[in-house]
Design a protein around this ligand. Structure first.
Ligand SMILES: [Zn+2]
Length: 123
């Protein structure tokens, strides 16, 4: 059977990704992505606050949880513009949040209570 050809796959993907949910634009790289793939950021007291649960009211900026996007957004001063606030915004908290997200998961597998059965000695 030689019917399988590895021809060009018609996967022309342009524009926003297909999927569920709202589309937002990353303020860093200006790429559109699903809101759930982006980190929402709000401004509070001159600081950028990560809002992963999207609980904060008011304007939010959307950012890929990536250092490159954060750097880019800061360079462009995209946050004050997106959030309609004046002046520079501290980004330490967002940087911290991104660090957590980007960190590879190396959590050790903790044995659950299932392996801790009481052994009854039948005597
Ligand atoms: Zn981005």
């Amino acid at each position: 059977m030689a019917g399988r050809r590895r021809g060009p796959v018609p996967a022309r993907r342009e524009g926003p990704p297909q999927g569920h949910g709202p589309i937002r634009t990353c303020v860093g790289c200006r790429t559109r992505a699903l809101a759930e793939e982006l980190l929402r950021v709000v401004a509070e007291d001159g600081n950028l606050i990560p809002d992963p649960r999207r609980r904060h009211a008011g304007r939010g900026a959307w950012l890929h949880p990536a250092k490159a996007c954060l750097d880019s957004a800061e360079k462009k001063r995209a946050f004050p513009r997106a959030l309609r606030v004046a002046g520079p915004l501290g980004s330490d908290l967002v940087r911290d949040q991104i660090g957590h997200v980007a960190r590879p998961t190396d959590d050790p597998v903790v044995p659950g209570p299932a392996g801790h059965r009481k052994q009854v000695d039948p005597s």
